[in-house]
Write a protein that binds this ligand. Structure first.
Ligand code: IPE
Ligand code: IPE
Ligand code: MG
Length: 250
C-alpha cells in the first residue's frame, strides 16, 4: 500500500536523521560479501533522499560512517571510501537536478585525499541549492564533535573573549558540527538495533526515535513514509503536561 497519501504535509518533521544500519548482515544473509550490502545501500540512499525531497523535508541527515567505523578491517574501510567517491561522482548531477545541497558533518579531513577532494567539489557545486539539505555524517561521532566544541569554547575563555558564566545551551549548539542545522525531530535506525551508536547525542534531546527491523539495503520510499506517519501520531510534550499542549494549540 502506498502510504504517502496518509502523511499530513502540514506536520512534517523539518529534519529527519537516519542511522543506516544492516548492510553487512543483509549481504551475509544472501551469501554475499559485506561490501555488496554497502553497494546496495546506495540505492536506498538515493530512494530516501528522493522521497524526503518529494515530501518537502528540509534536512535529511544520513549517518554513513562513524568515528568507530575506522576500526573495521582495512579492506572494508577502503571499499567504503571507494564507494563514497564513486557515489559522489555518479550522484552529484542528481543533486543538482533536484536542487539538493550536500553538506557533511564529521572529521572529514581523516578521509583519504581523493574522497575529501571529491566531497569538497560536490559541496561547492551544490552550495546554492535550496530545496533540501542532504547532510552526510562521515567520520562522525557525537563525542568527537562535543569534544571539539569544548576545545573551542575553552580557547575563547582562555583569551578572555568569553566568560564561563556566559556559556549557554545555544552557544554550545553553535559550536557543534550541526551549528546551522535544526535538531532532528525524527531519528530512524534500521536493522533492529536499539541504540544510538554515538550519533547526535546533544541534538537528539527531544528527538522521536523510530526503530525498524528493515535492513538498510531494503529501505525504500514507503519505509520513510511509514516512519513519518508513526512520528505524526506521537505526542511531543517537551516535559510539559498533555493539558498544557492542548491549551497552547487554542
Ligand atoms: C551500516 O551497515 C553501514 C556502516 C556502518 C558503514 P553495517 O556495515 O554496520 O552492517 P551490519 O550492521 O554489520 O549488518
Ligand atoms: C552505526 O552503525 C554507524 C553507522 C550507521 C554509520 P554501526 O554498525 O557502526 O553501529 P554498532 O557498532 O552496531 O553500534
Ligand atoms: Mg552495523
Amino acid at each position: 500500500m502506498d502510504l504517502k497519501e496518509k502523511i499530513d504535509l502540514e506536520k512534517l518533521p523539518v529534519h529527519v536523521a537516519i542511522i543506516m544500519d544492516g548492510n553487512g548482515r543483509w549481504a551475509r544473509m544472501r551469501g554475499k560479501h559485506r561490501v555488496f550490502g554497502h553497494e546496495q545501500g546506495v540505492i536506498s540512499v538515493r530512494e530516501t533522499a528522493e522521497a524526503a525531497a518529494e515530501l518537502g523535508i528540509k534536512y535529511l541527515t544520513l549517518y554513513a560512517f562513524s568515528t568507530e567505523n575506522w576500526n573495521r578491517p582495512m579492506q572494508e574501510v577502503e571499499a567504503l571510501m571507494e564507494l563514497l567517491v564513486q557515489t559522489i561522482n555518479l550522484e552529484t548531477k542528481t543533486l543538482i537536478d533536484n536542487n539538493i545541497r550536500l553538506l557533511t558533518i564529521g572529521d572529514t579531513q581523516r578521509l583519504n585525499h581523493q574522497c575529501y577532494a571529491e566531497l569538497q567539489k560536490a559541496i561547492a557545486t551544490t552550495a546554492s541549492n535550496t530545496r533540501m539539505d542532504l547532510i552526510l555524517a562521515l567520520s562522525y561521532s557525537s563525542r568527537w564533535e562535543i569534544t571539539e566544541a569544548m576545545k573551542q569554547i575553552a580557547a575563547k575563555v582562555r583569551t578572555g573573549a568569553l566568560q564561563p558564566a556566559d556559556i549557554t545551551e545555544n552557544m554550545i549548539s553553535s559550536h557543534l558540527a550541526t551549528a546551522d542545522i535544526p535538531d532532528p525531530e525524527l531519528l530512524i535506525r534500521t536493522s533492529g538495533e536499539y541504540r544510538i551508536s554515538n550519533f547526535m547525542l546533544w541534538q537528539s534531546a527531544y528527538t522521536e526515535m523510530y526503530f525498524t527491523q528493515t535492513m538498510w539495503p531494503d529501505f525504500r520510499k514507503n519505509d520513510l513514509h511509514a516512519a513519518i506517519i508513526d512520528f505524526q501520531q506521537r505526542e511531543r510534550r517537551f516535559g510539559k503536561l498533555n493539558e498544557q499542549l492542548n491549551t497552547c494549540k487554542k
